[in-house]
Design a protein around this ligand. Sequence first.
Ligand SMILES: [Zn+2]
Length: 105
Amino acid sequence: MPDEELVAILRLLFSGYDRSTIVTAVNEVMAYPENKRTRRICEHCGGDNISFDATVVWDTKLQQLDLGCSDIERCWCADCEGETHDLEVAHDYVHPNKSSDETHG
Ligand SMILES: [Zn+2]
């Protein structure tokens, strides 16, 4: 399938969806093997309900939004309701402040 056709199909599929839905769908399609997956979690509570500020820019050549400058030094934890730093951990890592049955994803 030509790339232009694929891009047209993806545009049609994703039209009307918000950014986080698209990012989630793309992440699922691009998923790594489970044993190589990592999670980013809040350093305080161990929750993975964190978000980063980022700017996306339009790449005319690739005809897609591209991650531009971003602030990955800090993130927001919805569980702590505050600014925090993230930790990148193995997908099955259990934070000391979080019991294993609370862990999801
Ligand atoms: Zn937190």
